[in-house]
Design a protein around this ligand. Structure first.
Ligand code: SF4
Length: 337
């Protein structure tokens, strides 16, 4: 399994290496044209198309619960402008080093008893360290897998050797978001390149681990940036098996702390377009869900979102609690996958 751009596969890596600003190489222009067409449809038509594709590929009555745990928090050397865990900004996040196995396993058990079938462990590293911490991560992956949960990690950049070892330990998925379009990326992160993100995704995929990759809207990007962000993901072969769509949660102290809250209809548009372009993917409603009314969440589910991150916290920001999530599903006559 190799992530590649559908068209001009063999030129992809070479051209981005020799000309890192040649950003159009990250996606196929026919894919972008198709996305523009879909994205701009009137909402009723867009949702109708998305729902049709969703029903063909998934059970539209079911939503997967995924719990995201911050196993190592804060003091991150990266400068992601949206992130309160970055050491570059002054925020209220309480840093802690890697949690011990007992605490993480306990969290995973609670997540399972609350209906989650996927448990994602997040750590605020630029890249996964070698040595003791890597060994601890391997142990965590094995222990959570023993609970019969889909084990996912989001630990920063990883190399091919680390990816292989994580796969051997039983890692189901690895999350590494591309965040936004290649062009707008440079407005949001300066400490690592878009290309480095793509390389980590290639390492994950080559090791046989499922790729989870998405991004964030509401960071000041244009509509075209949103379309290009979806074009990069939709041009990957295979498509990511999981696509988290986040709405920015503006956190005081970060450079994006003053951004307005995203209009829910814009989120619906992103979800529906992602569903149409990547029919088999799990489209995950992630950060920003606490700003959505029940009606807006229902619209996102109708548009093809089939997973939510549940629990009181989403890494460090507030999230809708599990009981509230169950209440909404009940009200909609839906159930947990
Ligand atoms: S998003 Fe991840 S890599 Fe970026 S600053 Fe936050 S913890 Fe670090």
């Amino acid at each position: 399994m190799v992530i590649e751009v559908k068209q001009e596969k063999k030129d992809f890596q070479e051209s981005t290496k020799s000309n890192p600003n040649h950003r159009n190489d990250y996606f196929d222009s026919t894919v972008l044209n198709k996305i523009e067409e879909i994205f701009n449809l009137p909402i009723p038509e867009l949702i109708y198309k998305a729902q049709y594709i969703h029903k063909e590929n998934h059970d539209p009555r079911k939503i997967q619960f995924c719990t995201l745990s911050s196993i190592k928090t804060g003091a991150c050397p990266e400068d992601c402008h949206y992130c309160p865990q970055s050491a570059h900004y002054k925020t209220n996040v309480q840093s802690h080093s890697l949690l011990d196995k007992e605490s993480v396993v306990q969290q995973a058990k609670e997540a399972k008893s609350n209906g989650s079938t996927r448990f994602c462990m997040g750590a605020s590293w630029r890249e996964l360290p070698e040595g003791k911490e890597f060994d601890e991560i391997i142990e965590l992956v094995k222990s959570v897998k023993e609970l019969d949960l889909e084990v996912c990690c989001t630990l920063g950049m990883i190399n091919s050797d680390q990816a292989k070892k994580l796969a051997e330990a039983g890692l189901h998925s690895y999350n590494h978001n591309i965040d936004t379009s290649p062009e707008y990326y440079e407005e949001i992160i300066n400490t690592r390149t878009f290309q480095e993100r793509i390389e980590t995704l290639q390492n994950i995929s080559n090791a046989g681990i499922n790729v989870c990759s998405g991004g964030i809207i509401g960071m000041g990007e244009s509509t075209k940036d949103r379309q290009k962000f979806l074009a990069v993901l939709s041009s990957m072969v295979p498509h990511p098996s999981s696509v988290p769509i986040n709405a920015l949660v503006p956190v005081e102290g970060t450079p994006l702390g003053d951004r307005p809250i995203v209009d829910p209809i814009e989120l619906v548009r992103m979800v529906a377009t992602a569903r149409i372009m990547m029919p088999k993917a799990m489209v995950r409603l992630s950060a920003g869900r606490k700003f959505l009314s029940d009606e807006a969440q229902a619209l996102c589910f109708i548009a093809g979102a089939n997973s939510i991150h549940t629990g009181e916290k989403l890494l460090t920001t507030d999230n809708a609690g599990t009981s509230k999530d169950k209440e909404i599903l009940n009200k909609l006559g839906m159930s947990i996958l």
